[in-house]
Design a protein around this ligand. Sequence first.
Ligand code: GDD
Length: 433
Amino acid sequence: KVVAVIMVGGPTKGTRFRPLSFNTPKPLIPLAGQPMIHHPISACKKISNLAQIFLIGFYEEKEFALYVSSISNELKIPVRYLKEDKPHGSAGALYYFRDKIMEEKPSHVFLLNCDVCCSFPLQDILDAQRRYGGIGTMLVIKVSAEAASQFGELIADPDTKELLHYTEKPETFVTLSYKFPVSLTWFWTLLKLIDVSLLVQVSDLINCGVYVFTSDIFKAIEGVYNQMRETSSNYNHFQYATRSAPADFVRLDQDILSPLAGKKQLYTYENKDFWEQIKTPGKSLKCSDLYLSQFRETSPHLLASGDGTNKKPMIVGDVYIHPSVKLHPTAKIGPNVSISANVRVGPGVRLINCIILDDVEIKDNAVVINSIIGWKSSIGRWSRVQASGDDNERLGITILGEAVTVEDEVAVIGSIVLQNKTLNASVQDDIIL
Ligand code: GDD
C-alpha cells in the first residue's frame, strides 16, 4: 500500500493570489476548470495500491470540507483534510501527522506541493525509488541557468541519479560547462569541506516539489528535531544555529534534503514533461493552458468544440466550458479559456487566454483577454478587460476580484480590482482598492 500527502499551506501563504484568495483558499482556485489541487489528486488516483490521500494545511477545516467529500465520492478513494494548529514547515507538518499517515502501514508516502503544475509521473517515481533504494526519490527538472536559483537547486550523479548536493534558492549562480576530471561526488565533498558550496551553485537541475519516501523519512525528521534540541544549548553549531525558523518548524528542503545529500539516501527522477510553479495569478493562466493541453490526451471529453454553426459558438484551441454555462452562438472563445459553472456569455463576446470563475455575466460584444474574472462579476456591453502587454508571465494581466461590476463601454487594462467594486470609467495599470 502507498499513501499520498499534499501540502496545501495556509491563508498567509496565498497573499500573491489576492484578490482571488480573499474568499477561496489558493489550492481551490480553478485551473482548466478544476480546483488547482484536483490535478495532483487525480494523478494520485492512478498510483497502484493507493490507500488514501491526505491534504495537510492550516486553513480552517470548513474551507476544504465540501471539496474533500465531493472528490472522495468522485474518485472513490478516501481524501482527508488534516489541519495543523499552526505552520510546522513542509517536513514538520508531515511529521506532526505521522501516526495518521502511517495508520495503514504504507510502504511508501508520496509528498506533493499543491502549487506546482505538472503531469505528475508518480508511478514512474515510485518505480524508480524501488530500483534505487534509499529513503526517497524526488522529481527534478532542467531549467535555464537564470531561472534555477529561484528554486531548490541540485546536483545529481548522472549515472546513479543520487542527489549529491542541494541548495535551496541560492543567491549566486556560476555555470560550469566543462567536464570535471574527478568524479562529481569527490568534487562536492571537497566543496563541502571548504564550505564554498553554501555560496556557489552550479546546476540547472531543480526540485519540482514532488517526492516519494519510505517510512524512514520520519526518522530523518525526528533526527533533525533531536539535533535542533541539542544545538539550542550549543549555539556554535553552524547548520542549525543559523536557522531563523521557530524550534518546531522543519523545512523539507533546507533541513532534510540538504544534509542528506551525498549520503546515498536520496535519489532523483528527471521530469521530461511540463512543469511550472504556481505562485502568481499570471502563472495560473499559463498552468491552465498546460492542463488544457494535457486534457487532449487524458480527458478529451472535457474540451469544448464548435465552429460557429449549429447554434454552437466558434471554439479556437483548447477550451473548457462547464456544462451549465449559457453561451451565445455568436461568441468566439479560445485559445486557453476555462469557464466555470453558471456563467452567461452574450452575443459577439470574444474571450482569449482567460479564466472565468462561477456565476460571471459577460454582456454583448465585450472582450476579455489575458485576464482572470472573479466569481459573480459582471462585464458590460462593449467593455474590454485585458492585460497591459501580450506576455501574461510578466505581470500586467487583469484580475477582477469577486463581484466586480464593469459597466458598459469601460476598458480595464493591466489592473487588479478588489472585490465588490464597480468601475464606471476606464483604468490602466492600476490597483483598485
Ligand atoms: N501544511 C503546511 N504547513 N504546508 C506548508 C507549510 C506548512 O507549514 N509550509 C509550506 N507548505 C506548503 C506550501 O503550501 C507548498 O505547497 C509547499 O509546502 C512548499 O512550500 P514552501 O516551503 O514555501 O516552498 P516553495 O514553494 O517556495 O519552494 C519549494 O517548492 C519548489 C517547487 O515548487 C521548494 O521545495 C523548492 O526547492 C522547490 O523548487
